[in-house]
Design a protein around this ligand. Sequence first.
Ligand code: NI
Length: 139
Amino acid sequence: MPIVHITRRERFCASHRLARPDWSDAKNLEVFGKCSNPNGHGHNYVLWVTVAGQQDPETSFVTDLSLLSRIIKEHVIDQLDHKNIDLDVPFMKGRYSSTENLCVAIWEQLQGPVSALGVQLKTVKVEETENNYAEYHGE
Ligand code: NI
């Protein structure tokens, strides 16, 4: 059977501050601009998770999308939604909250549970604003 990629979208709202803790406020302001505002700011994030697998010969489906959605909610969304990413999210401990770092951390959260579904995690895409997104392919 053909191998098909399929994508699930989820959303979360969270706040963060784009700043390296080992830099001064002045250096963070110089490098990250208003995103380094000491008291943070918020985003309506959109998360796209793409998996690949062989089609089921009877249903044609690659996987059960409601199960995939449940996995994403449990391992990612429930931990991020309405939280401060820098302070409240255990899987972001030790890395600052750039969209790039968020992508890699979400990949690490999902890889095991998605493999257990019998499909391969292909892409984690995080949209921070309608103009910016980051993608990670596990490389
Ligand atoms: Ni931001």
